[in-house]
Design a protein around this ligand. Structure first.
Ligand SMILES: Nc1ncnc2c1ncn2[C@@H]1O[C@H](COP(=O)(O)OP(=O)(O)OP(=O)(O)O)[C@@H](O)[C@H]1O
Ligand SMILES: [Mg+2]
Length: 466
C-alpha cells in the first residue's frame, strides 16, 4: 500500500509521536547533564569534608610536615558506597608526605590559593576516579610552607545515582509518550468526525441528487468541498442538457413517425391508384426524413463522445492531410451538384495542411457544410470549398453565393434542432451543431461570415496547425 493510501489518522499519529520522541531524546540529554551535576555536587561535598579533615591533622614537626590521617575521614567516604578511596598529602615542590604516591599529581598552581577546592576527573589503576584537592598554608617551628591534600574515590556511587535518575526520567518520558499517543489517537478521530458525517450524508443521497454539499466541515476540507460542489454544478448542467436533448430528439422523431403512420393508413384505405402513389411518395419522403434524423443524431452522439474521450488519445495518431480529405469529399458531392445545376469546386491556396485529428469526424463536418450549401442555394449558384494556411492557422471555408442567412438567425443556426422558419424541406437542424461539436473536440472553431460581395454564406472552420 502506498503511503498516500495509509490511514490519515495513523499518519498524523506517527508524525506527532515521532516529533515527541525527538523532543524527549533531547530532554533526556539535558536530564543527564543535570543529573551528573547534581551527583557531583553531593559527592564532592563529602570529598571536600574528608580532605579538610586530613588537612586539619597536618602539623609541623621540626622542619618537616607530618600527618596523622584520621581514618574516620576516609570512613565517611567509603560508608557512602562500595567505592575505593585514595588520598595523598604533598608538601612544597611536590614532596610526597603520605598516602598513595602514584595518584595523578596536580600542580600547586592549579589549586586556588584562596582555600577553595579543586575537583577533577581522572583515571587511576584502570578505574575512573574523582579527585578533590585543597591547598593550605602552615607555619610553625622554623618553617612556613604550603601543602596539598588530595582525596579521590572511584565513581561507582555517582554513576549509580546518575543511572537511577536517568532510569526514572526515561520511564517518565515513555509514560508521557504513551499517554500523549492515546490522547492524540482520540483527538484525531474526533477531528476527523466531520468527514465521516459528510461521508454518511453523501451515502444517503440518491444518484439524481446533485445539490451542493452544505455540511459544516473543517477549513482544510473546505476547498475540496468547493471543488466537489463545482463538479456537481457542472454535472447538473450536463445532465440537464442531456435530458433536454433526449426529449427534443424524441419529439423530433415522433413527428415524422406520426406522418409515416398517417400516410400508411391513408394509403391502405385509398382505392384510387394515383392517390395511392401520391401517399406512398409522401411515405417515402417521411421515411427518408426519419432516416436522416437518426443519422444526424448518431453523428452528433459520435462527435459528442469524441469530445469527451478521444482528445489526447486517438488525436495523438498520425497527422491527416486536410487537402486530400477536402478533395475527396468535394468529389463525392459533384454528381449531386451537377444534378442541382450548382458549380461545386475546390481550391487550396498556401499549405501545408496537415493536422492532428479524426479523419471521419472532419469528413462529417465538411459533408454537412457542403450538403447545406447544395440544399439552400438555388440553381446556377457557385459553391467553393477552400483551404488556406494563415500563420499556423488552417482555414477550411465553404462559401456559396446563395441566399445567405439573415442577421437575426445567425446566432441561432448552431443551436440543436434550429431550422430557419422559411424552410419546409427535409432537414432536422442538427448539421451545424454537429460541425460545432466536431470543431470543439479538435480544439478549433466554426464561424459564419457573409459570402462574397455580402451575399451568400461562408462557413469557416479554423484548425490550429499542430
Ligand atoms: N449555406 C447555407 N445557406 C443558407 N442557409 C443555410 C446554409 N447553411 C445552413 N443554413 C440555415 O441554417 C439552418 C441550420 O442548418 P443545419 O445544417 O444545422 O440544419 P438543417 O440543414 O436544417 O438540417 P440537417 O440536420 O439535416 O442538416 C438551416 O435550416 C438553414 O436555414
Ligand atoms: Mg444541414
Amino acid at each position: 500500500m502506498s503511503w498516500q493510501r495509509k490511514s490519515l489518522r495513523r499518519r498524523l499519529l506517527l508524525w506527532l509521536l515521532g516529533a515527541l520522541a525527538v523532543i524527549s531524546a533531547l530532554m533526556l540529554f539535558e536530564v543527564r547533564s543535570s543529573a551528573t551535576k547534581a551527583a557531583n555536587e553531593a559527592y564532592d561535598r563529602v570529598l571536600l569534608g574528608s580532605a579538610l579533615a586530613i588537612a586539619e591533622r597536618v602539623v609541623v614537626v621540626g622542619d618537616t610536615l607530618e600527618v596523622d590521617v584520621p581514618y574516620v575521614a576516609l570512613e565517611m567516604l567509603t560508608s557512602a558506597a562500595q567505592d575505593r578511596v585514595f588520598y595523598q598529602v604533598i608538601g612544597p615542590e611536590k614532596q610526597f608526605i603520605t598516602g598513595y604516591n602514584d595518584l595523578p599529581v596536580v600542580s600547586e598552581e592549579e589549586i586556588p590559593i584562596n582555600g577553595a577546592p579543586l575537583f577533577f576527573d581522572a583515571n587511576y589503576r584502570g578505574d575512573a576516579i574523582r579527585v578533590g584537592a585543597i591547598s593550605r598554608h602552615l607555619s610553625g617551628g622554623r618553617i612556613s610552607t604550603r601543602f596539598t591534600v588530595m582525596v579521590a574515590e572511584t565513581v561507582g556511587g555517582r554513576s549509580r545515582l546518575i543511572r537511577e535518575m536517568m532510569t526514572a526520567a526515561i520511564v517518565r518520558q515513555l509514560v508521557l509518550i504513551f499517554v500523549a499517543g492515546i490522547v492524540m489517537w482520540i483527538g484525531i478521530g474526533w477531528g476527523l468526525k466531520p468527514l465521516l458525517r459528510l461521508e454518511a450524508a453523501l451515502n444517503r443521497r440518491t444518484p439524481s441528487d446533485l445539490r451542493p454539499i452544505e455540511h459544516e466541515v473543517p477549513r482544510e476540507v473546505r476547498h475540496l468541498i468547493d471543488a466537489i460542489n463545482d463538479l456537481m454544478h457542472r454535472l447538473e448542467a450536463s445532465f440537464g442538457a442531456m435530458q433536454r436533448f433526449t426529449s427534443n430528439a424524441a419529439h423530433q422523431l415522433r413527428t415524422p413517425l406520426a406522418a409515416i403512420q398517417t400516410q400508411a393508413e391513408l394509403a391502405i384505405d385509398e382505392t384510387n391508384p394515383e392517390e395511392t402513389r401520391k401517399r406512398l411518395e409522401h411515405l417515402s419522403r417521411s421515411t427518408k426524413q426519419t432516416s436522416r434524423l437518426i443519422n444526424q443524431l448518431l453523428s452528433l452522439a459520435r462527435a459528442n463522445q469524441a469530445g469527451t474521450t478521444q482528445i489526447g488519445e486517438s488525436f495523438q495518431s498520425p497527422k491527416i492531410d486536410l487537402k486530400r480529405v477536402c478533395e475527396q469529399v468535394t468529389r463525392e458531392f459533384v454528381p449531386l451538384a451537377v444534378d442541382k445545376d450548382i458549380d461545386l469546386g475546390f481550391e487550396s491556396l498556401n499549405g501545408p495542411f496537415s493536422i492532428n485529428g479524426n479523419r471521419e469526424l472532419i469528413e462529417e463536418a465538411l459533408k454537412n457544410l457542403i450538403d447545406n450549401a447544395l440544399n439552400y442555394c438555388p440553381k446556377g449558384a457557385t459553391v467553393t470549398v477552400r483551404l488556406r494556411n494563415m500563420q499556423g492557422k488552417i482555414l477550411l471555408e465553404v462559401e456559396d453565393n446563395g441566399p445567405g442567412i439573415v442577421q437575426s438567425e445567425r446566432s441561432k443556426i448552431f443551436e440543436r434542432f434550429y431550422r430557419s422558419e422559411t424552410r419546409d424541406d427535409e432537414g432536422c437542424g442538427l448539421g451545424l451543431p454537429i460541425v460545432r461539436e466536431i470543431m470543439e473536440c479538435h480544439g478549433g472553431a466554426v464561424e459564419y461570415r457573409s459570402g462574397p460581395n455580402d451575399s451568400g454564406s461562408c462557413f469557416v472552420l479554423s484548425f490550429f496547425d499542430n
